[in-house]
Write a protein that binds this ligand. Structure first.
Ligand code: HSE
Length: 414
């Protein structure tokens, strides 16, 4: 009999308990033994639940219970999750978490603590919600050199962008709906400003390249500046705007890791990923492109990944050797200004013809774009691939010459 404890009875925690009950027979069969949720930690009271007697407010009731062999941390946030998880591992309890903030900040350390104690620290649910991506990356694709990873990693922002584009819903209404559906973070700024996608690409990059990638070293831009005008220009260019997290190994051993909105061609496999769905493209040297697709947020999709990890840790007899990376204690991420990419740029100027001439002077041969009802003083274009530093300097130059740059969005070729 395996007894587990769940830390946090929010959207994901209640989903874990529900799934353990709903699919109990199958879970027991797959785990090879009886599985019981023995304790649930939450500061709130849930007197009406049929399992109200399992709740505690005191973590020591779980930590000091030798019958509990698996701790499921679904509280979110860094503290006290970090202290609780580390203490559980040091008590030789395996830990399963959906907490991307924790894994992105402390993954290397907690994996090492798990190894010292011959237990496991699993986090399939931390990236892609219900999509299997962590296990495929370190197991199924283990024979590959991972060239690149690019994905739509945040369900809330993808949901908002889809509602804005398809239904002309306002940003605020779409965000409210995402919160009601349990997709958004407690503080939705983490979704819309890109921090959540950043944590997820850091986890994937750390796993793929074996070195801890810290979120604070990753250039991150969210979706708050995207306008319906940009959406219309993306459409006339032949694509859509998506929030993309990407990681790539460079020849000098450094990594390019960034999060930002991007124009993506309608032909791309990532272009048709809408609503709360996530899509992650992994480019292996042997496999070529492999794309993982599914619900990236929500109660039961995320609980599905958590419970699968629980089944795996129950069956494990030692620490998984492939789920690992090290902390190099240095910044392994290249400065994005040194990298090259094409940009879509939208600007206004009193003299449109002058602005167009300046644009060509700054960026070289540009592809002019149009949209229905575009004002006379507006111009929009796509630059050739240039260093980000050159694009940044050129935007400054345009501004100094009374050309007001309203939007600058990278154009990616996936
Ligand atoms: N807020 C996150 C998202 C939840 O919208 O993707 C899943 O990690």
């Amino acid at each position: 009999m395996a007894k587990i404890a769940v830390l946090g009875h929010g959207v994901v925690g209640s989903g874990v308990v529900e799934l353990c009950h709903k699919n109990h027979a199958g879970i027991v069969k797959k785990a090879g033994q009886e599985v019981e949720v023995k304790r649930i930690l939450d500061l709130r009271e849930f007197p009406d639940l049929p399992y109200a007697d399992k709740f505690t407010k005191n973590y020591d009731d779980i930590l000091n219970d030798d019958e509990i062999s698996v701790v499921v941390e679904v509280m979110g946030g860094l503290n006290p999750a970090y202290e609780y998880v580390k203490a559980a591992l040091n008590k030789k309890k395996s830990v399963v978490t959906s907490n991307k903030e924790l894994v992105a900040a402390k993954g290397a350390e907690l994996l090492a603590v798990a190894k010292e104690n011959n237990v496991n620290f699993f986090f399939e649910a931390s990236v892609g919600g219900g999509i299997p991506i962590i296990r495929p990356l370190h197991q199924c694709l283990a024979a590959n050199e991972i060239k690149e990873i690019a994905g739509i990693l945040n369900g809330t922002t993808n949901f908002i962008l889809t509602k804005m584009i398809r239904e002309q819903m306002s940003f605020e209404d779409a965000l409210k709906l995402a919160q009601q559906l349990g997709y958004a973070e407690r503080n939705p700024a983490a979704d819309v400003e890109g921090a959540d996608a950043c944590r997820k690409i850091c986890i994937l990059a750390s796993l793929a390249y074996g070195m801890h990638v810290y979120p604070e070293n990753v250039y991150t831009e969210g979706i708050t500046k995207i306008t319906l005008e940009d959406v219309a220009y993306a459409d006339s260019w032949g694509g859509v705007i998506k929030l993309i997290g990407r990681a790539k190994a460079l020849d000098d051993g450094k990594l390019l890791v960034m999060v930002h909105p991007a124009f993506i061609s309608s032909d791309s496999q990532l272009a048709g990923i809408d609503d709360v769905f996530n899509g992650i493209m992994v480019r292996g040297d042997a496999t070529g492109d492999v794309v993982f697709y599914g619900k990236g947020a929500g109660k039961l999709p995320t609980a599905s990944a958590v419970v699968a990890d629980v089944i795996d840790v129950i069956k494990a007899t030692k620490t998984n050797p492939t789920l690992t990376w090290v902390d190099t204690h240095e910044n392994v991420v290249v400065d994005h200004m040194q990298t090259s990419v094409a940009f879509y740029i939208r600007c206004v100027a009193a003299d449109g013809a002058f602005a167009e001439k300046l644009a060509e002077q700054c960026f070289g041969k540009v592809q002019m774009l149009s949209r229905p009802d575009m004002p006379r003083e507006e111009i929009a274009f796509v630059t050739p691939e240039l260093s980000e530093q050159k694009v940044y300097d050129s935007i400054q130059y345009l501004k100094e010459n009374n050309v007001d740059v309203l939007s600058a969005i990278r154009v990616l070729d996936y």
